[in-house]
Write a protein that binds this ligand. Structure first.
Ligand SMILES: NC(=O)c1ccc[n+]([C@@H]2O[C@H](COP(=O)([O-])OP(=O)(O)OC[C@H]3O[C@@H](n4cnc5c(N)ncnc54)[C@H](OP(=O)(O)O)[C@@H]3O)[C@@H](O)[C@H]2O)c1
Length: 330
């Protein structure tokens, strides 16, 4: 187990791009999170980000960031294709890591990252932020109480419309482009939270000119008979709703389910509503969980353990192979 860190947790941001801004904004909500350092491939950009988001130090390389002795945990916020390299860099420097979704490009890379964390005795967690919202905790609590009986079927979607640009990370196979990896992963992770590891996985996709999926429909089957029907897209907007049907009721996470503030419990002909408004961007919840784990000396979060992240990556590998999306890194 890693050593417990008492008191504040010192955060370093690796790859200060668009999502790092939302994460850094969320960190402001946590008194236990010290905004210690930023690392960019450009010193100027690091300094600008540090100034804007209140970080103490700016480093002009990722190497300098991970070797900063006054940083406890690195938030990896580079494009998907760069997660593997950045995580290995940070873990081999002895730093804890919170890595953005999707964890890596494929399961092989994910396994190498998990092995590096174990070898270096470092905390490691996937930044699947949806998992950590208070509304999601309520969903887990309701299921544990048996509020809808045995959960049997999940319907969930996550699609948005981006303009086609073969050079953007969203459409570039070398950068892990496609809907499945960018937002389909949220649906796969939600299904995993409810049902565990699927024993059947099918995927039908529409590929765009660069060979990545611009929309996909997934069907997952589980050993206990549960099913998930998931849709994802990067060329059209979908509803962004999730419904879990159980034998005695259903739970609805209205749009946007992946950043939930509300949930509905339907049973016995009645509807009960729960609301969980939050401040700021919502990234504070996953960051708070990482801080808690570091304070307690945990190697991984029980809310999203590494073995589950690895299973999610294997499922994504299978789904991609079913619909014919291959990356150079595969
Ligand atoms: N949780 C969420 O809601 C959410 C939302 C959006 C995205 N994400 C995830 O966050 C990650 C980053 O997404 P983003 O949209 O923030 O990406 P982005 O802005 O395109 O890139 C983030 C930063 O990565 C660095 N970088 C390192 N290697 C790079 C390369 N080869 N090409 C481009 N940039 C490179 C750059 O920083 P420097 O040049 O300064 O080093 C860049 O500013 C993705 O994996 C994505 O899936 C999560």
């Amino acid at each position: 187990m890693p050593e417990k860190i008492s008191g504040n947790i010192r955060w370093g941001i690796l790859g200060p791009g668009s999502i790092a801004k939302a994460f850094a904004t969320g960190l402001r909500e946590l008194p236990q999170a010290q905004r210690a350092a930023v690392g960019s491939r450009s010193q100027e950009k690091a300094a600008q980000f540090a100034g804007e988001y209140g970080f103490e130090r700016a480093h002009g390389s990722y190497e300098a960031l991970v070797n900063d002795p006054d940083v406890d945990i690195i938030y990896v916020a580079t494009p998907h294709s760069e997660h593997h390299k950045a995580c290995l860099l940070a873990l081999n420097a002895g730093k804890a890591v919170l890595c953005e979704k999707p964890f890596t490009i494929n399961a092989r890379q994910a396994e190498e990252v998990a092995e590096a964390a174990a070898r270096n005795n470092c905390f490691l967690m996937e930044g699947m932020w949806s998992r950590f919202f208070p509304a999601m905790q309520k969903v887990r609590d309701l299921l544990a109480e048996g509020a809808i009986g045995k959960p049997m079927l999940l319907e969930a979607d996550f699609g948005f419309r981006a303009g086609f640009n073969p050079n953007s990370r969203l459409f570039d196979p070398a950068m892990g482009g496609g809907a499945l990896m960018d937002v389909g992963v949220y649906c796969v992770s939600l299904a995993s939270m409810f049902f565990g590891t699927p024993d059947r996985a099918e995927c039908v996709a529409t590929l765009c000119d660069t060979g990545v999926d611009e929309q996909a429909v997934m069907l997952l089957g589980y050993p206990n008979g549960s099913l998930a029907h998931l849709s994802t897209a990067i060329r059209l907007s979908t509803v962004h709703a999730a419904t879990l049907f159980g034998e005695e009721g259903s739970l609805v996470l209205p749009s946007p389910w992946w950043k939930p503030t509300r949930l509905e419990l339907h049973r016995n002909g009645k509807t009960e509503e729960f609301t969980y408004p939050f401040e700021s961007t919502g990234f504070q919840f996953e960051a708070a969980e990482a801080c808690r784990c570091l304070n307690e000396g945990l190697a991984e979060s029980p809310v999203l353990p590494i073995h589950e992240t690895l299973q999610i990556m294997r499922t994504l590998d299978t789904l991609r192979s079913r619909c014919g999306v291959r990356y150079p890194a595969d």
